[in-house]
Design a protein around this ligand. Structure first.
Ligand SMILES: Cc1cc2nc3c(=O)[nH]c(=O)nc-3n(C[C@H](O)[C@H](O)[C@H](O)COP(=O)(O)OP(=O)(O)OC[C@H]3O[C@@H](n4cnc5c(N)ncnc54)[C@H](O)[C@@H]3O)c2cc1C
Ligand code: FES
Length: 337
């Protein structure tokens, strides 16, 4: 059976779309650096113009596409499939070329454990190695949920095929409803990855700052664990900020404490935005506003990684780039749409 061929007029590349793939996943799987971020219809980074041929739209109301884009006939590469051969005009960049080609696998659910009242670690195994870079994410296909959901890895790559995710329960969420309430050990799901460009830059000589907001804990933990395993913290420090809404949401310390260098080269700073009357004696406010007072050097001297809700990532990005002049190349982040 022949598969639809997608030609990108922008860079002259050409690739096939396998069944089940979106235009974006087909391109990334073929090693093409199509511009993207969330793979979930939220960010708009994968917008493209359709020049010839027909596509099927998977999520017509995806927030990543504005009214103006829709009127101009633009599409989201992560939310559509080619219905035959097509020609598109889509932005590409070397930074989007996947360092590890994403692959579809079957994953067996092996167990879970609570981290807080609404955040839980879910563990899966696959045949073959768990091949990803610390900070990347995978797309999970859950039984009865029409579209895939993106979740960041919390562990580090390994030959045992172990994939750990830390997931916050979302009220009336379809994907998290299945994960928290229906999945039993031994159940199989689909796992496609790795994706994402906010991964650990092992060759950067700078001290590291990780900022996790809410469910953004997983990728920051993976980056910290990866930095320890790679020996990057032998002559460098890693500052780990965790922004929680209330004191009962604060987490991460118990996992960081098990790492070599905790308290010396790994420093943990929890910040709570709604302390209420629960006896919280630590830092309060929005996590980004604590960086400049807590860190020992000017912000331009660090490599920054952050993950969490879009308002947090936006505030951090603006503060670092606009107010503090941190070069964009030193900033790596994922917005959790
Ligand atoms: C890069 C990335 C990494 C993430 N990592 C984590 C993590 O480590 N931990 C964590 O808790 N959360 C993470 N998230 C958020 C996660 O992907 C889900 O959005 C969240 O768990 C809510 O899912 P839900 O199905 O329960 O909620 P729902 O409200 O049912 O769905 C929410 C999300 O599903 C997608 N969606 C909804 N409807 C449709 C549709 N019709 N067609 C296609 N897509 C649709 C959208 O992305 C939407 O934001 C991440 C998100 C991104 C983009
Ligand atoms: S990558 Fe398609 S909308 Fe974010």
């Amino acid at each position: 059976m022949s598969h639809p061929v997608i030609v990108n007029e922008k860079d002259g590349s050409q690739f096939e779309q396998m069944p089940e793939d979106t235009v974006l996943r087909a391109g990334l799987r073929a090693g093409i650096g199509l511009s993207y971020e969330c793979n979930s219809g939220g960010c708009g980074a994968c917008k493209f113009d359709l020049l010839h041929g027909e596509v099927e739209t998977l999520w017509a109301d995806a927030p990543g596409l504005g009214e103006r884009d829709r009127r101009r006939g633009r599409h989201l590469a992560c939310q559509c499939r080619a219905l035959g051969s097509v020609t598109i005009k889509a932005a590409t960049g070397r930074e989007y070329v996947p360092p590890i080609h994403p692959q579809r696998r079957r994953a067996v659910f092996t167990g879970s454990s609570d981290i807080t009242h609404d955040l839980r670690e879910f563990r899966f195994t696959t045949d073959g190695a768990a091949d990803f870079l610390p900070g990347q994410y995978a797309m999970l296909d859950l039984p009865g949920v029409e579209s895939s959901r993106a979740y960041s890895l919390a562990n580090t790559p390994n030959e045992r095929g172990e994939w750990h995710f830390q997931i916050r329960r979302v009220r009336q969420g379809k994907g998290t409803g299945i994960l928290f309430d229906s999945l039993s050990p031994g159940d199989e799901i689909g796992l496609d990855g790795p994706y994402g460009v906010a991964f650990l830059r092992a060759n950067s000589p700078r001290d590291i700052v990780c900022v996790a907001g809410g469910s953004g804990l997983a990728p920051m933990l993976s980056i910290t664990r990866g930095a320890v395993e790679a020996g990057l913290l032998e002559n460098r420090r890693l500052h780990f900020f965790y922004g929680a809404r209330t004191p009962q949401d604060v987490c991460g310390r118990s996992m960081l404490e098990t790492l070599e260098g905790f308290g010396e080269r790994i420093v943990y700073y929890p910040v709570v935005s709604e302390p209420g009357d629960m006896g919280w004696e630590g830092a309060t406010g929005f996590v980004h506003s604590h960086l400049s007072t807590a860190l020992p050097d000017t912000l331009t001297s660090f490599e920054f990684y952050f993950a969490g809700p879009p308002p947090m990532t936006q505030a951090l990005q603006e503060m670092l780039m606009v107010d503090c002049g941190v070069p964009f190349e030193q900033i790596h982040f994922d917005r959790f749409f």
